[in-house]
Write a protein that binds this ligand. Structure first.
Ligand code: AHR
Length: 493
């Protein structure tokens, strides 16, 4: 099997915003409590932050972190989560039918973000909350004038404003499962009124509209109303999706590896359709500014409930699908300016904890690979060669490829996913008007078979290996193992 990959470093797709490597932490299951935050644990620091989790997250270089939900935010009262811990109230939590102790809230999350080196991105309650509450939260966080909310923040030990720049208005408002589900008309009106008071409170913020999570519903109409009614107040349109190899109602493949590997086409069709939709609406409504997309919840999700907690163990094929997301985001780098994997710890997550330790799931490794090696500019790659029958998605190229350039260091990274279950693919990489400076490195995420999992019993089934790849000039040969994710990294002359 062989494939030719052609790259011209001058043929660019767009700037890759670092925010495409974002994360998401929700008050759900053991994401916060027992994941990020476990006071009293020998693995936690004096603030109760799990240091093993923090160190693992640093490897993923997430520059932005969405919080506190998710469905959770649609019933959340931010005031419950600030102030002296002994006065914090435990509440019934209706999105996930749990009890919320509120011992972790705004300021604990900000401290966590500062330790991790990530930028907070808050979602406000547009479910059973109101715009006054949203605007007050913003003033509490970012206010600089001598108001009672700013004094309240200072009395909680935070003299300096948190300067939270990114704010989402609501979460998955298009879903009947949401507390305070909204029709297209209701949300467009709600969005505009929230946005007005929030931007009046702090004009420097960027606002995110909850655009689509239910893809079989009226997402075109929703986008149309939002961009007709609130164009000046929308900085991002947020898309959500989850996929899996399970045949559930949102899944696509039904325990069928080839069909699952065709999931790339789903991402492509959604990203292409939505960017075209925004483009058309901007044209129609004479909107001058760019309105990028954020995929602020995406991942593989099987909805496994373990003792009432949403937790699951991923395998290698899931890791390949995570990698395909980044290839798709890079191919749409012009319009995808943020993406947040949902979520970061225990719940639908690349990191899995117990009170005694932690496992890096299979999906951790492709995320790390892309976050560590991607450059700032996406390149337009042409590749041609072996194909496979993906069933519902027809015949597809066996390799899924993207490439990036680091324009400061002139480093090229080529990301290659071999979607063959059993066969290696020989790659013939040809550079146009460019040459490598010398040998490069090949990083490979792989495991013994596509069902291999990392668990507490077998924590290293899937991982990353690396080796030298000899190269000179403009033509390079590389071999891609079956079911592997690869990064080829070269300095260009
Ligand atoms: O990430 C888990 C849940 O998935 C989020 O709370 C919700 O927004 C989505 O349906």
């Amino acid at each position: 099997m062989s494939t030719t990959i052609k790259i011209d470093p001058e043929r660019t797709v767009g700037h890759i915003h670092p925010h495409v490597f974002g994360g998401f932490a929700e008050h759900l299951g053991r994401c916060i409590y027992g994941g990020i935050y476990e006071p009293g644990s020998p693995l936690a620091d004096s603030d109760g932050i799990r240091t093993d989790v923090l160190e693992a997250l640093k490897r993923l270089k997430m520059p932005i972190m969405r919080y506190p939900g998710g469905n959770f935010v649609s019933g959340y009262r931010w005031r419950d989560g600030v102030g002296p811990k002994e006065e914090r109230q435990t509440r019934m939590e209706l999105a996930w039918h749990d009890l919320e102790p509120n011992t972790f809230g705004t300021n604990e999350f900000i401290d966590f973000c500062r330790k991790l080196g990530t930028e907070p991105y808050f979602a406000v309650n547009a479910g059973d909350g109101d715009m006054r509450e949203a605007r007050d939260w913003l003033e509490y966080c970012n206010g600089t004038e001598d108001t009672s909310l700013v004094r309240l923040r200072k009395s909680h030990g935070y003299d300096a404003p948190h300067n939270i720049k990114y704010w989402g208005i609501g979460n998955e408002v298009d879903g009947p499962w949401q507390i305070g589900f909204k029709t297209a008309e209701e949300y467009a009106r709600t969005y505009l009124e929230y946005a007005k008071v929030m931007k009046w409170t702090d004009p420097s913020i960027k606002l995110v509209a909850s655009a689509v999570s239910l893809w079989e519903s009226n997402w075109v109409e929703r986008a149309q109303l939002l961009l007709e009614q609130a164009p000046d107040h929308i900085d991002y349109m947020a898309l959500h999706w989850y996929v899996g190899n399970s045949g559930d109602e949102r899944g696509f493949a039904d325990n069928d590896f080839a069909a699952y590997m065709g999931m790339s086409e789903r991402f492509e069709e959604r990203l292409s359709a939505y960017e075209g939709l925004i483009h058309a609406l901007r044209l129609d409504n004479a909107i001058k500014k760019d309105i990028p997309m954020t995929i602020d919840e995406w991942n593989v999700w099987y909805r496994v409930f373990d003792e009432g907690k949403l937790e699951e163990i991923y395998n290698l094929e899931d890791a390949l699908v995570v990698a395909m997301h980044f290839n798709a985001f890079f191919r749409h780098a012009k319009t995808v300016k943020m993406a947040n994997i949902a979520q970061i710890v225990n719940v639908i997550a690349p990191i899995f904890t117990s009170p005694e330790g932690m496992v890096l799931q299979t999906t951790f490794y492709p995320f790390e690979l892309y976050a560590q090696h991607a450059g700032d500019t996406a390149l337009d790659v042409h590749w041609d060669g072996d194909t496979f029958d993906s069933g519902p998605n027809g015949t597809l190229r066996t390799l899924d490829v993207s490439a990036t350039l680091n324009t400061s260091t002139n480093q090229l990274a080529v990301f290659v996913i071999n979607r063959s279950e059993h066969e290696a693919v020989e790659g013939n990489l040809r550079l146009t008007d460019a040459a490598v400076k010398g040998d490069g490195r090949q990083y490979v995420v792989n495991g013994p078979n596509v069902k291999a999992e990392n668990t507490f019993d077998t924590p290293h089934q899937v991982g990353t290996t690396e080796f030298n790849i000899s190269a000179s000039g403009s033509t390079i040969s590389a071999s891609f193992e079956p079911h592997s994710v690869n990064a080829l990294v070269f300095d260009l002359a």
